[in-house]
Write a protein that binds this ligand. Sequence first.
Ligand SMILES: Nc1nc2c(c(=O)[nH]1)N[C@H]1C(S)=C(S)[C@@H](COP(=O)(O)O)O[C@H]1N2
Ligand SMILES: [Mo]
Length: 458
Amino acid sequence: MSTFRISKNHSLWVRWTHWINFPTLTIMIWSGLMIYWANAVYWPQIPRKILEDLGLSYRLAEGMAYHFMFMWLFALNGFLYVSYIAISGSWREIIPSGHFLKEAWNVVLHDLGISKKPLPPSKYNGAQKIAYTVINVMGLGSILTGLAIYKPIQLSWLKSLLGGYETARAIHYWLTLGYLVFFVVHVGQVIKAGWNKFNTMVSGSQSRAVTSVAVLLIGLGSAFGAFTWMRHMDESKGLPLPFRRTLEFNEKVWTWFLDPMKTDGNHAAPKRGRRARFNGDIGLKSPIDLKSWKMTVTSKVEERAIPDISITMPDIMKLPRTDIVIEFKCIEGWSEVMAASGVKFTDFLAHYHLGTHSGKPADFSLRRQDLYSDVGFETPDGDYYVSIDMKSMLSPQTLLAYEINGIPLSLENGAPLRLIIPNKYGVKNIKRIGRITFADSPQPDYWGEEGYDWFIGL
Ligand SMILES: Nc1nc2c(c(=O)[nH]1)N[C@H]1C(S)=C(S)[C@@H](COP(=O)(O)O)O[C@H]1N2
Ligand SMILES: [Mo]
């Protein structure tokens, strides 16, 4: 007697969504682990060597590229499946009801060979009902926690609802491990159930085992073949074209309704004087004389040459000061609440009449066509550089910062002046600014050119 019962006429719809889900979820889990364990900074601390051997280490950009493409397929497929069972009424077969707990217990005893009592004749027994309901809830949980950590500023309500950024991230991760457990039990049950049930789920109850195996192998083989083919296509800025195009597509989708004025809030300020975490020293290696530091501002227009301007720290210190408390987020998998102080970027633009083609002060209503579309930043030696869309720069929390946690920036945190832009990942928060460029096209971007998303907005 088997615990795996499915009706003879399992709907084609259920079969398709089930089998599309398999390779999709596999890619999501694999790329998710690449992201999570890219730098092995998170618990469990798996030795770097093992992660490297598994191909999960130092592959952050790649992992993100796959994850942010296949998330669409995962969500769409899940939506189609849930719509189907909702409309067809077959959800009733899955939702736990009646004596499902007692039944589930009997199934466990039965499967372990402890009890010989026959199982109830319904389509799914109590254990299956629980498992299939839970797996759907897990899918929804992955989407919600995924969204919360993908756009934690824009969807801050969702992030808070799920217990905050770090918690949502942890849940997202544990769900991933949950799928792996489910998978093992599920395959075990299928093997126990025998060929008939397997046939029913692959190619219809009438077909023979060889047909089912062939159908399955050809199907999964072509899916993974197509994925491998995409991974080896020509690259654009360090990423095979399909993945680069998807990141660009995602940027379009999100910027439709992202609000650059949305701020990160409700964090308790850390202790004054606490040293901020330090990560990344590209462009910080050459000696610097903080007293004579100047930054150059360039505006690139076709029609006329605008002379560069040069700005010193005393100039910056004369501008109005803004203090914010934000959660700084690095894609490598850590975040830290920090208090940052400096000059609001919009105050800086207003004071120097920068950012507009006409040189007239902008009202930053975003409707002004006069604004440049992109802002580039470089370290004095030109070794680190980022490109940021003007809209994100206009957030009231975008600062040219000179203090963190109440003390002047340390050299490693970007003295004398760095960018703090909480609606972007850490990568865009360039330290030790040497030049700012206003332009109407995306500017060079250090990590963007290495396969990361140019936009990378939170
Ligand atoms: N000049 C420069 N700025 C930089 C980096 C860098 O390597 N060089 N790393 C970036 C990354 S990836 C992060 S997470 C943050 C880290 O800032 P912190 O060192 O103050 O924590 O700085 C960003 N700005
Ligand atoms: Mo980072």
